[in-house]
Ligand binder design. Sequence first.
Ligand SMILES: NC(=O)c1ccc[n+]([C@@H]2O[C@H](COP(=O)([O-])OP(=O)(O)OC[C@H]3O[C@@H](n4cnc5c(N)ncnc54)[C@H](OP(=O)(O)O)[C@@H]3O)[C@@H](O)[C@H]2O)c1
Length: 344
Amino acid sequence: MPQSQDSNRRFVLASRPSGAPTADNFRLEQADIPEPADGEVLLRTVYLSLDPYMRGRMSEGPSYAEPVAVDDVMCGGTVCRVVESRNEHFSEGDWVLAYTGWQDYAVSNGNGLMNLGASPRNPSYALGVLGMPGFTAYMGLLDIGEPGEGETLVVAAATGPVGATVGQIGGIKGCRVVGVAGGEEKCRYAVEELGFDACIDHYADDFADQLAAACPDGIDVYYENVGGKVFDGVLPLLNTFARIPLCGLVSQYNATSLPEGPDRLGLLMGQVLIKRLKIQGFIIGDYEKRFGEFFPQMSEWVADGRIQYREEIVDGLEKAPEAFIGLLQGENFGKLVIRVGDDG
Ligand SMILES: NC(=O)c1ccc[n+]([C@@H]2O[C@H](COP(=O)([O-])OP(=O)(O)OC[C@H]3O[C@@H](n4cnc5c(N)ncnc54)[C@H](OP(=O)(O)O)[C@@H]3O)[C@@H](O)[C@H]2O)c1
């Protein structure tokens, strides 16, 4: 059933997954469309962002953010239209960046909304290259990675919104950029469209050898998005004083236990010491106050074509669970966005 003006479709978290999420962990409900009170706006979702961090919100346990409660609406960034405004800062028809989750309608008092105006050029970009993932790429690479001219930068999940942006900023800063991605088509895109110097398929049996061959001068910056086998290939190639912005570990998000095998913490810590590595985890929310540095610069790069951006837009809120499950298995090619309702 498509979006309508009569009811609010919403996906709630039906149960917590053990390992990879399944369709049973989500439940589609119909609810009444909420009424905005004085000072509030009624928002209609047009685009819903699907992001790897949502897997963490489905589980209990210590993290940097509270989990979604069972039976609550799944969280998520959205681009919405204002349907009704009882708030002086918003007009009917305005586009806004919001955080209203996997549903058709929500009310807001305006806190946390970003007004994108009456006719933004690419409204969905606010969920990607001009929003949270682009900002993550920009701050993690420039503030922690500190890429220098002529240095070698490696980034995995290289065609996703974070990785693709990291690699292209690295290129602008004069780095030799080596991507890691899942499959030949993604690797070709990274080189031919994004301008990476090389891109290695992490499914290849000789992945580590190919990566070593693509990094003849070692690795100065490794922007960590995935962990696991990719990190294993990177570790021996890291140069003295290499920097590792630890942005994400998507290969481990569905894991229920640590991988089998010998304890390699000693090896890792030995390398950190001998090579004086800097490994720094970060959460983009910590950089909130610096959004103003990122946004004009990235808007300029996107407008002048120095940063290319690819979206995978899936039509229909009902497809969100399936698309999200696929995201955690590398099935998306570009920023995964659900078109929930009419974008006209
Ligand atoms: N720290 C922060 O504040 C912050 C903010 C935003 C995002 N992140 C993190 O940044 C990373 C990238 O996010 P994104 O939004 O740009 O995601 P994305 O690239 O659109 O999607 C995830 C990609 O990860 C790769 N992947 C999935 N499972 C994998 C596995 N087992 N082994 C290797 N690669 C795997 C797949 O690409 P391939 O098919 O190419 O392997 C998949 O397309 C994620 O780890 C995310 O959690 C962190």
